[in-house]
Ligand binder design. Sequence first.
Ligand SMILES: C[S@@+](CC[C@H](N)C(=O)[O-])C[C@H]1O[C@@H](n2cnc3c(N)ncnc32)[C@H](O)[C@@H]1O
Length: 216
Amino acid sequence: MLVTSRSYAEYEAMFDLKELPDSVLDCCAGGAGFTAEAAARGVDAIAVDPAYELDHPELVDSVRRSLPATSGIIGEHEGSFVWHWYGSPERKDQLRIEAADRFLQDVAAAPERYVAAGLPDLPFGDRRFELVLCSHLLFTWADKYDRDWHETALRELIRVSNAEVRIFPLVLQGAGEPIPWLPELLDSLEGVTYEIRKVPFEFQVGADEMLVIKRA
Ligand SMILES: C[S@@+](CC[C@H](N)C(=O)[O-])C[C@H]1O[C@@H](n2cnc3c(N)ncnc32)[C@H](O)[C@@H]1O
């Protein structure tokens, strides 16, 4: 799986963020610039990803390699992507390069914000974060992780959240197919309400909805 670097602007649009609460977890953060930008805005922001176990040169290499690799995948599935949000491939690459730079700068300056761990076991207490974000792991990799893994992972994201969990996108990577067991999985959760909400972002065709889970 690629250690990609989405920008703060992409996170704002994917998760339809207006204001950030006091504390936010980005799981799986990869090389995203979100945590650095949120922290610069005074938010208690933490990023978690198993890739942070890599030593610094290996992490730099993984993050830098993800951009050409992503562009290659997009090129192979041209009809599966739309460009109205980015405007052009050059603009997308510019956002990703800037985000990768921001991430690499911040991970060196404030390593305590970047926690090496992964779902379904997060090293945080119950209700630690007001908002928990998950971009491009759950559901999008449902061909790699099965339904039971998703249920355990989802319950873990809910456990560490005090108010809301937001997940984007809700379709399989590549083909962009819906996840057949998603409605049944959501109905099986206790003590939460959920909503599937349209967001002002679309890149993979049909991937323009996020899941919002609210804790009671
Ligand atoms: C496609 S990237 C998304 C990164 C970032 N959220 C973004 O939008 O650019 C997926 C990330 O998930 C991480 N990952 C893989 N398995 C994971 C797990 N079990 N728990 C948390 N993160 C995981 C990978 O290391 C990778 O950085």
